[in-house]
Ligand binder design. Structure first.
Ligand code: ZN
Length: 115
């Protein structure tokens, strides 16, 4: 139950936006449209887990991993920098960064392959 307000909420400023804030910029939106198409292509062309964290993994790939990591500004639309993986192996890569780096699933910043 909510109590009725004694005083109405007031805006702290008189400034008002005429358009709502975008969730993503137009530039980022264009990148994501390309990325979405790349992910669909990769998952249909390479349908099995390529990470294979456990040697016995033969699950269907549902995700695309970037060893150079998007947080480090890698080009997420470059097919050569992507590998497909199942959710389980992708999770393992990100949960065990030291081992993933050792096994080549994560590339430390500054050591990226040339594009
Ligand atoms: Zn897997």
């Amino acid at each position: 139950m909510t109590l009725p307000r004694k005083r109405p909420l007031r805006a702290k400023t008189a400034l008002k936006r005429r358009t709502p804030l975008r969730a993503r910029s137009a530039k980022t939106e264009r990148i994501y449209v390309t990325r979405r198409a790349l992910v669909d292509t990769l998952l249909s062309e390479r349908p099995w887990c390529e990470i294979r964290w456990d040697a016995g993994c033969w699950r269907r790939a549902t995700e695309v991993h970037e060893p150079e990591m998007r947080s480090r500004g890698t080009d997420i639309c470059n097919e050569a920098k992507c590998i497909t993986g199942c959710h389980y192996c992708h999770r393992k890569v990100h949960d065990n960064p030291a081992e993933a780096t050792e096994r080549g699933f994560m590339i430390p910043s500054g050591q990226g392959r040339a594009a």
